[in-house]
Each structure stands twice: as C-alpha cells, then as structure tokens.
Design a protein around this ligand. Structure first.
Ligand SMILES: [Zn+2]
Ligand SMILES: [Zn+2]
Length: 171
C-alpha cells in the first residue's frame, strides 16, 4: 500500500520526519505536494477549517493515485455537527486528513510534550487511514480504530489495529 503524504503549511519539520519514518515501517510513503488552498475552506464564524470541504477538493488529486492521500495540517478542523475534529476520512475513500492542532499538549496544559504529540499523531493517522481501508469504529480500547472524542481517549487507546481490524483491512 502506498501512502501519498501531503502536509499543508506544516511547520513542525521534526514531527513530520518522525511520522514519515514510522509510516514507512508499514507502508510505502511518497511525499506529494497537492498545493491545496486552506483559505477556501476557512469559516470566519468558527475560526476553523471545514475538513469535509478540504477532502472534497483533495479527491480530485487523489482519484488517479494508486494508494491513499494523507493530508496533514496544523490548523483546527471542524465539521458542522461537532465543535472540532481531529481528522476525517471517507470509508474506503482515497483521502484521509489529520490535524495535529488539538494533539499538542500545550493546547490543554501549556506544557510541550513532543513525544506525546508524536504518539497521538500516529494514532489519529492510523485511525483515519483505517477508515480509508474500510474499517469502522472498533469497540476494543486496545485498537486504534476506537473512536476518540478527546485527547484523553486517544491516550487510553492502543496504537495499532486489533487482530480483527487488521484482518478486515488487509485480507
Ligand atoms: Zn473514526
Ligand atoms: Zn479493532
């Protein structure tokens, strides 16, 4: 499986490098600049970016790819029914998007924790990629496909796919 990795206005180079390395253990990772404009999906009312619209723009770039397009952003994402989202992906779709905005420990406690940021980022990336592989939410807390509405829930859940999800996604 090839993952086309497309950061948009992503300033944390060290984090991006670690993510790329970690993903490379599982997938073939190819950097891809899709040059999407974030400004067009910005909501002035909310001060956030509409992730579903960003996915809609990205699909044009992703449809011809023989793999998944993973978009990483640092801006805060939303979909209208929620206050925010950590990420979004369509089931069996070609695009996954993850924001690290609310994965920063600074966001909650003011303290920097790059290790925790990396762990949370990988969990949410694998989670959204899992949706593109056709996985739905999993009841097991050991599984990265467990739904997370908060960072506490991200921290509690496991960092990999459970046996059943692994089997469903890759066989
Ligand atoms: Zn999910
Ligand atoms: Zn699972």
């Amino acid at each position: 499986m090839t993952i086309y990795l497309s950061p948009i206005k992503f300033s944390n180079v060290a984090l991006l490098k670690r993510i790329t390395e970690a993903l490379s253990h599982r997938y073939s990772v190819v950097p891809l600049d899709v040059s999407l404009e974030l400004d067009g999906v910005y909501s002035k009312d909310r001060g956030q970016y509409y992730s579903t619209q960003l996915i809609a723009h990205a699909i044009d770039h992703a449809n011809h790819l023989d793999g998944k397009l993973l978009i990483l952003v640092e801006v805060d994402l939303f979909i209208p029914v929620f206050t925010f989202v950590f990420g979004e992906a369509q089931l069996r779709g070609p695009v996954a998007i993850v924001s690290v905005c609310r994965l920063h420990e600074e966001f909650y406690t003011g303290r920097t924790n790059e290790e925790l940021l990396f762990e949370r980022s990988m969990k949410e990336i694998l989670h959204e990629l899992g949706h593109t592989f056709g996985l739905v939410h999993c009841k097991s807390w050991d599984c990265v496909m467990h739904a997370s509405a908060s960072v506490e829930e991200i921290d509690i859940k496991g960092g990999g796919f459970c046996e059943e999800c692994e089997r469903k996604a890759f066989h």
